[in-house]
Design a protein around this ligand. Structure first.
Ligand code: GAP
Length: 467
């Protein structure tokens, strides 16, 4: 395998993100909040575009898919049924001096990176006892060099309460995944839609997990957006493996063809038996080479009929499907492709990051469908009234069709560099020739080349370039 490296360091991404308004630290004026970030004016545009592209590809354009928007706070029994209350945990250790907590698996990974050994264990599939043994045998310390406690399992669900009295009866959870809203609405979806198996339900929305591992920027946060699909089918008439493969192909296509990501930094990783949930028949992660290594971008799991059966048991309601031809009643099986929008976002930013040494510039080579602005319009000089007026006219006109940036500050070269960092594919400059000869300059982000075109043909030309 060729030696593939991440496109850049996390520091470069974080610095660009802050400087150009892609991502800010949450509550920065109060000193910040660990594992929480805000999406600034440039970032929110990309985030929305990713969500729209996902919805368009996986829901709108498919006859066999339906959308849903379920609540963040569901009936608390949902999370007992799903197993989250009992076993949605991370293995944690505590620094015996500072009392800071760390993920045991992350400490082991960090130790292995510093102390390479032959046949290293697969950390992902280690059980708590194995982690304990490893940490003790290798005398692993906390990042501050202190002794650590034994591994304990720590529940990731955020608790809250409804009403004025906060007791057990008022306890609720912020959802730990969007998936459970799909399962708990399964009957209502069947009853209110003419759907035939196989069909899927997808939704995009916020999920919450009490993550304590810091330093992975928007990759791992307390609050994040998931785009999840539950694809229901009859295991007797549909070949699960064929459906699974087909979903894997769709995920790959979405990332490489729709988001335009370089495939050399993507790979599939199959979960080992010990890593997989007991009810799952097969699970794969689509991994991306982030600045901190190969990490899960998107998971796909064959969850059998586990979730619907759990909800039947906990709710006492019948969630069976009746085949309209044979009248056979059964609980459908499900394949679940689940992705974090924020991880797609971070991948998009990393993949687009490009240092153009020859021109001494930083360029975000974003796919034009993802760029915060498709175009920028500038008057060559800001103190020439006729130029500014003409440029405003062009800007207002193009804004009817595209998201257009306006900039009149500083010299034109600096304005181009500024748009390169935002990933704006094209800049249109209005100069004296526009007034005299009716021409404008189009400047391309990727190779910094320039072309003079007739103003009268500008719209037509841009329609082709931004198709
Ligand atoms: N319903 C299945 C499920 O939630 P998961 O692997 O825990 O599975 C699915 O989460 C996806 O959600 C992950 O592949 C990842 O992209 C995203 N994700 C999970 N935890 C996250 C976090 N703390 N911050 C950002 N994204 C997260």
């Amino acid at each position: 395998m060729p030696d593939i490296k991440p496109t850049t360091s996390l520091e470069e991404i974080v610095s660009l993100a802050k400087r150009r308004g892609f991502v800010y630290q949450t509550s920065e004026i109060y000193g910040g909040l660990a594992n929480a970030y805000e999406y600034g004016p440039a970032g929110v545009e990309i985030l929305r575009k990713i969500k729209n592209l996902w919805w368009d590809f996986f829901i709108s354009k498919r006859e066999d898919m339906l959308g849903l928007d379920s609540q963040i706070i569901l009936h608390p029994k949902t999370w007992e049924a799903s197993g989250h209350v009992g076993s949605f945990t991370d293995p944690m250790v505590e620094d015996k001096v500072s009392h800071k907590r760390y993920r045991a698996d992350h400490l082991i990974e960090a130790w292995l990176a510093k102390n390479p050994i032959n046949n290293p264990p697969s950390v992902e599939s280690m059980k708590s006892e194995e982690m304990n043994r490893f940490l003790q045998e290798n005398k692993v310390k906390s990042p501050d060099g202190n002794e650590i406690s034994e591994v304990k399992n720590f529940n990731l669900l955020f608790e809250s309460s409804i009403g004025v009295v906060a007791d057990e009866s008022s306890k609720v959870y912020l959802r730990g995944e969007t998936a459970q809203g799909i399962f708990s609405n399964f009957k209502q979806i069947l009853d209110s839609n003419r759907v035939k198996l196989p069909f899927g339900v997808g939704q995009v929305g916020k999920s919450f997990r009490n993550e304590i591992t810091t330093g992975q920027f928007v990759f791992r946060t307390l609050e994040f957006e998931q785009a999840e699909i539950e694809y229901f089918f009859d295991p007797e008439t549909s070949d699960w493996q064929a459906l699974f493969n087909d979903w894997q192909e769709k995920m790959w296509y979405f990332v490489t063809e729709i988001l335009g990501i370089d495939a050399s930094r993507l790979r599939w990783r199959r979960h080992e038996d010990s890593e997989r949930s007991f009810y799952s028949k097969d699970t794969y992660d689509l991994e991306y080479l982030y600045p901190f290594g190969w990490k899960e971008l998107w998971g796909i799991a064959y969850r059998t009929d586990y979730d619907l059966k759990q909800h039947m048991q906990f709710s006492g309601k019948n969630l069976e499907y009746t085949d309209p031809f044979t009248m056979k009643k059964f609980v459908p099986h499900v394949i679940e492709p689940a992705v974090g929008i924020n991880r797609l976002f971070l991948m998009v930013l990393c993949d687009a990051f490009h240092q153009d040494e020859s021109k001494n510039r930083l360029v975000l080579k974003l796919d034009q469908r993802l760029a915060p602005y498709q175009l920028a319009v500038f008057p060559l000089l800001k103190n020439k009234e006729e130029l500014v007026a003409k440029a405003r006219e062009v800007f207002v006109n193009l804004s009817k069709k595209y998201r257009v940036a306006w900039d009149e500050r500083g010299n034109i070269g600096k304005r181009y560099l500024s748009q390169d960092e935002l990933g704006t594919p094209y800049c249109v400059t209005i100069d004296f020739d526009t007034l005299e000869k009716g021409t404008v300059t189009i400047r391309r982000r990727d190779d910094a080349s320039q072309e003079i075109v007739e103003l009268a043909e500008l719209e037509q030309k841009l329609a082709l370039m931004l198709a």
